[in-house]
Write a protein that binds this ligand. Structure first.
Ligand code: FAD
Length: 342
């Protein structure tokens, strides 16, 4: 990934506000890329409440959070924003001579952008880690927080930890190729869909996988590789032989690197000036839940408005010599053709 991706605006966060910003950027005439740490778009709407109804989106009396994200994706589609998922932005650095920004992700993407639109919510959603001191040294080799390459689990003894949909789905999905799959969860109640819980119980009854109710106490390793896992159960302690632990405990939001970018951060939020929702660093804008200012409401509709204003100022950073003349979208012939023609 050595190529540098050049754009007018880099949108950090593909939640509802970041997606609407991609549409607005297109309307205003700015190119954009969007980056999100998650493997899917939608931010809190998809991660926390996909099936909950939302009643306060203008002109949409009711829709589920998932439907809102689908509609936002459809709305920005005519402008074909490039969306990079599973990439967490780590660094934002000024390219002084060019008056631009160099932005780098944890997996090596590099952007060169005129403006940065931070629509990062509560920070990146990252996996909740195994809280044992020995886990860190095993991460990547024997301890995993996502399944990226299934092949590495073939004919291995796998412990999948967690009680939600991803834990159960992966325990079931891996049972055919693994030597043995054991699902470990701290209590005999699961947060997964009923049908998935039933399928898991059928697979356990049929001897296709094991279920242990208890908490992981110790990871036993030799030569940097996991050998077995000690588990505390109500009936006493037990040890399971394991080559890999896939811990799917859910995600937590982490402001992480954003705190180190020289912005005015107050109680986990980025302070902005409400004329254009620009942060204390010119060229970096804060919109949606990440932004704080007097009377800020953490609502999707506030984020839409903030993004719209921020991008109008971002235009000046991308095209310092051009003056943008406002035309209502319905009178803009090129825009109509673009939207209606796709
Ligand atoms: P988010 O949705 O939080 O998205 C931010 C994204 O940025 C995340 O996907 C994150 O992974 C990504 N990100 C952060 N940092 C990085 C980084 N460094 N690199 C890469 N990616 C990064 N609002 C309403 O208006 N109406 C409602 O009915 C409503 N109901 C709600 C119900 C619940 C249960 C909750 C929790 C919230 C509700 N809200 C509602 C609030 C609403 O969901 C938020 O205001 C909205 O999601 C904010 O959108 P956002 O795009 O700013 O941030």
């Amino acid at each position: 990934k050595d190529e540098v991706l050049r754009t007018d605006v880099l949108i950090i966060g593909a939640g509802p506000v970041g997606l609407f910003a991609a549409f607005e950027a297109g309307v205003i005439g700015l190119s954009c890329h969007i980056v999100d740490a998650l493997e899917q778009v939608g931010g809190q709407c998809i991660e926390l409440y996909p099936d909950k109804p939302i009643f306060d989106i203008p002109a949409v009396p009711v829709c589920t959070a998932r439907q809102l994200i689908d509609r936002l994706m459809e709305q920005c589609k005519p402008f074909a924003p490039q969306i990079h998922l599973g990439e967490r932005v780590m660094r934002v650095e000024r390219i002084e001579e060019a008056h631009r920004w160099k932005v780098t992700t944890d997996r090596g993407l590099v952007f060169d952008t005129a403006a940065v639109l931070l629509s990062a919510g509560n920070g990146a959603f990252v996996p909740q880690r195994v809280g044992l001191p020995e886990a860190q040294a095993l991460e990547g080799r024997s301890v995993h927080y996502a399944v990226r390459q299934r092949a590495m689990f073939a004919d291995r003894r796998i412990v999948v930890a967690g009680g939600g949909d991803s834990a159960l789905d992966w325990a079931l999905a891996l049972r055919d190729q693994a030597k043995r799959v054991t699902l470990v969860h701290r209590r005999n109640a699961f947060r997964a869909a009923d049908a998935t819980v039933q399928e898991m119980q059928r697979a356990v009854a049929a001897g296709q996988m094991d279920l242990v109710i208890g908490t992981i106490a110790t990871l036993n390793a030799a030569d940097g590789a996991l050998q077995s896992i000690d588990i505390k159960t109500l009936g006493g302690d037990t040890t399971i032989e394991a080559d890999h632990l896939v811990a799917l405990y859910g995600l937590v939001a982490d402001l992480g690197p954003i705190a180190g970018w020289g912005l005015d951060v107050r109680a986990g939020r980025v302070a902005v000036d409400t004329s254009y929702y620009e942060t204390s660093v010119p060229g970096i804008f804060g919109v949606g839940d990440i932004a704080t200012y007097p009377n800020k409401q953490k609502l999707i509709l506030s984020g839409f408005h903030e993004a719209s204003l921020a991008l109008r100022k971002a235009y000046g950073y991308a095209f310092p010599d051009k003056k943008r003349v406002h035309v209502h979208s319905s009178y803009d012939a090129a825009l109509s053709e673009r939207i209606l023609g796709t």
